[in-house]
Design a binder for this molecule. Structure first.
Ligand SMILES: *[C@@H]1O[C@H](CO)[C@@H](O)[C@H](O)[C@H]1NC(C)=O
Ligand SMILES: *[C@@H]1O[C@H](CO)[C@@H](O)[C@H](O)[C@H]1NC(C)=O
Ligand SMILES: CC(=O)N[C@H]1CO[C@H](CO)[C@@H](O)[C@@H]1O
Length: 293
């Protein structure tokens, strides 16, 4: 009886830990071409969420994967309702979640807002439109879980919400990566999640570097009505003043915890700089595993 009770307690503990872990984000934005970055390191350093940067929509609803890596070219990945990005790229992206020993369970693509307003006006968000069919095809080809909105210029609430709801109809979750204008983002959160118990907009990746360097997670939680995932910039030679070592990142997450929390996990911008600067994926990943269990 006693050992039975202990067994049940252990089982409950295991299930509970798993539930906790499943909701807590340990993320990194993939700035480097996924065909060139260190896939093994991304799979095995404790990250559970990878956000592929960046994707963009053309005026006709086609989807591009933009290269941010010297020597790489932009790739058309969806057109005419089909995936056209090639097998090598699709296999590489799918491998993030399926590789041996991978800790990755969630894959997102990050995009700007170019052409979304015009496409939501005409032809609209319907299931027969090129945009809808292209996002459906890309989701299947890359086994995507969510689309991340990194709008830093357009800020049109109505078209953003109708696009988010369109993605929800396809089966995506929707996430945002704000650095400023909390009132705009609060409108997007409210509109995207209106009348939904199972939230469509389920994660907020808060930029806490560069233009967002003064952001505090607890303040944004109050503005948006949901906990956020603060994102720090790793050591970088572009704007070194915003670069955080693993030890500095740990201290920053701890400080925000003392300042009221409001965090649903943590993350970094970005893998390219980790590799360029010879930093350690494991050390950055370990901080997230330790702080956001
Ligand atoms: C990729 O990462 C793994 C695991 O961290 C490491 O052992 C390997 O040396 C790295 N490969 C390259 C080419 O840097
Ligand atoms: C997976 O992890 C186990 C345990 O750490 C290790 O022995 C094995 O070599 C790993 N497999 C691969 C393919 O990395
Ligand atoms: C993500 C990012 O902007 N990385 C930059 C880091 O610095 C190098 C060198 O200036 C740039 O080439 C990267 O684009």
């Amino acid at each position: 009886m006693r050992s039975h009770t202990v067994f049940i307690a252990l089982l409950c503990h295991a299930l509970f830990s798993h539930v906790l872990a499943a909701g807590t984000i340990r993320s990194i934005f993939l700035f480097k071409d996924v065909l060139k970055s260190n896939t093994t390191a991304l799979q095995t350093s404790g990250f559970n969420t990878l956000i592929i940067f960046g994707v963009g929509v053309l005026p006709n609803g086609d989807i591009m994967y933009y290269s941010n890596t010297p020597g790489s070219k932009d790739v058309l990945v969806a057109s005419g309702g089909s995936y056209v990005g090639g097998d090598a790229l699709a296999t590489k992206v799918r491998t993030f979640k399926t590789g041996i020993n991978t800790t990755v369970t969630r894959l997102e693509i990050s995009m700007n807002a170019q052409n979304i307003r015009a496409l939501m006006a005409s032809p609209g968000p319907g299931a027969t439109t090129p945009l809808y069919r292209n996002f459906a095809a890309l989701k299947t080809a890359w086994t995507l879980d969510a689309v991340n909105n990194d709008d830093e210029s357009v800020y049109d609430t109505a078209s953003t919400v109708s696009f988010a709801r369109m993605l929800g109809a396809i089966g995506y979750r929707y996430t945002i990566a704000p650095y400023t204008v909390p009132s705009f983002w609060a409108g997007v959160v409210a509109g995207a999640n209106r009348d939904l118990k199972d939230l469509l907009l389920d994660k907020v990746y808060l930029q806490c570097y560069d233009g967002g360097a003064g952001n505090v997670p607890a303040t944004w939680r109050a503005s948006l009505g949901m906990a956020v995932v603060p994102v720090l910039w790793v050591i970088n030679d572009s704007k070194p003043v915003y670069g955080q070592s693993p030890a500095q990142a740990r201290e920053q997450f701890a400080q925000w915890s003392r300042e009221g929390g409001g965090m649903a996990g943590g993350g970094y911008w970005n893998d390219y700089d980790i590799e360029k600067m010879g930093s350690s994926y494991e050390e950055y990943g370990y901080v997230l595993q330790d702080v956001f269990r």
